[in-house]
Design a binder for this molecule. Structure first.
Ligand code: SPQ
Length: 435
């Protein structure tokens, strides 16, 4: 079956008002914590992306009652002590978050389970999670000594650890904290750099006592979660594609409403500001302790900047689209300290460099990022997504300024995080509004 899409080079303004789908990180966690909790959890604004559907399917195989009605989800659980041992493998699809957080959750459960994902997941490093979990007593085996999927995990009694993170990763932090909930003693995680803190915020919401101060997070083991309501804000990582489209396409103005503005995720807004984008941010009241608001952006004259250090974890998933943005900025943009990009759904440094070069961008890869010189007029051609949703969406947004059509191979991967992306792109390039 042909899995490509051809976008014409219409060079139209991007205009209108848009609500992007729910936040992927928060959607995953709402299902996980709802399944671990006792009682009923209701979720609204849930992301119906393939990754989050993989999370739902894993917990259904553990016997948790989960009903999905459009973007509303109801989870009825008697707590993880009542989970059944799955007879089927737990398929985590393309989702690193599902795979890594499930390991932390299952480590202290009463069940045996086998986790398998797709070809991309099979290449992504799991040792970073398995090593601290084994220090807690977890019993996990897998390919290459447990470094890669398939992974088999036998739930067991755990002991708390005091762990200093060697990499900036919310997934590693979350896996340890979720195992810590079932461990004996106080689990401490020390971060070098702040990473997204949805796990900490949502654990409180489910009734857990957790403290976080100066990048040190502490959690007492043996706490039981209680079902609650979770409202998922729009995903700023999805909004980022349209913010960039609005900034680089001529005569554009786009307003993104109801977007999550958690400060651990808003590095993209810092970058747009530093580059000189004409942008307004309005904060609304927080929902569920997650800040939300609206962002409006206009076509802008941009300048190149340096992006690195503790900004990187706050925009790690936005780097592909920031690279496209930088091709339109005057001067040089340097992205550094971003080695983590090499272990995402694909190696996002080489993928971004190779694909933007095909369009004529002046871009070179480095060990820990890339250097981009602009502004450059982008042509068109056949681009590869490498099965990575963020590379696919970067290629699609390039079409709003390209002089020739852009064809994207393996475009269906975009449904991992943004199932209706092409519909939204079409409407926004036809001066539309979608709430
Ligand atoms: O879930 P997955 O596949 O790892 O998704 C990505 C993405 O681009 O959507 C990364 F490839 O997001 C991660 C993110 O990079 C989601 C995430 C989370 O929800 O905790 C944390 C980040 O990963 P990490 O490795 O830095 O912890």
């Amino acid at each position: 079956m042909k899995d490509s899409i051809k976008l014409s080079a219409n060079q139209l303004p991007i205009q209108g008002t848009l609500r992007v789908p729910g936040d992927k990180s928060i959607s995953h966690r709402s299902i996980m914590f709802g399944a671990m909790a006792q009682g009923r959890t209701t979720v609204s604004g849930f992301l119906l992306g393939d990754d989050c559907l993989s999370t739902i399917s894993c917990f259904q195989k553990l016997g948790v009652d989960i009903q999905v009605n459009d973007t509303n989800v109801i989870i009825n659980s008697d707590g993880m002590d009542k989970w059944i041992e799955p007879i089927e493998i737990l398929d985590t699809g393309n989702s690193g978050t599902t795979t890594r957080l499930m390991l932390g959750i299952l480590a202290g459960s009463d069940v045996h389970a086998v986790l398998v994902g797709d070809e991309s997941i099979a290449k992504r490093p799991m040792k970073r999670v398995i090593e601290p979990l084994r220090q807690m007593g977890a019993q996990i085996s897998g390919r290459s000594g447990g470094q890669f999927t398939p992974l088999a995990i036998q739930g067991t009694a755990l002991t708390a650890i005091d762990y200093t993170m060697p990499v900036a990763s919310a997934q590693v932090k979350s896996a340890i904290l979720l195992a810590g909930l079932r461990a004996q003693g106080v689990t401490t995680v020390r971060e070098m750099e702040v990473t997204r803190d949805h796990t900490e915020r949502m654990l409180s919401k489910f009734g857990a006592v957790i403290s976080s101060e100066n990048r040190v997070i502490k959690l007492q083991g043996g706490q039981q979660l209680t079902g609650t309501h979770v409202e998922v804000p729009g995903d700023i990582s999805s909004a980022a594609f349209f913010l960039v489209a609005g900034a680089i396409a001529k005569e554009s103005r786009i307003r993104l409403e109801h977007v999550g503005l958690n400060p651990t995720r808003t590095g993209i807004l810092d970058v747009l500001n530093l580059m000189g984008a004409k942008m307004e941010v309005e904060m609304n009241d927080s929902i569920d302790d997650e800040p939300i608001g609206s962002v409006t952006i206009n076509s802008s004259v941009l300048k190149g900047i340096e992006i690195g250090g503790d900004l990187i974890p706050r925009l790690i998933d936005e780097i592909p689209i920031i690279a496209l943005l930088a091709t339109q900025a005057h001067g040089t943009t340097v992205i550094k300290d971003a080695e983590e990009l090499k272990v995402k759904e694909t190696d996002r440094i080489s993928a971004v460099v190779d694909e933007l070069k095909k369009l004529g961008a002046d871009i070179e890869g480095t060990n820990d990022g890339m250097i981009i010189r602009g502004p450059v007029t982008l042509s068109g051609g056949q681009l590869q997504s490498y099965g990575d949703h963020r590379i696919g969406m970067m290629a699609a947004i390039a079409s709003v300024i390209a002089t020739q059509p852009i064809e994207i191979e393996q475009a269906s991967c975009i449904s991992v995080s943004y199932p209706n992306f092409f519909e939204h792109l079409h409407i926004m390039s036809s001066s539309g509004t979608l709430r």
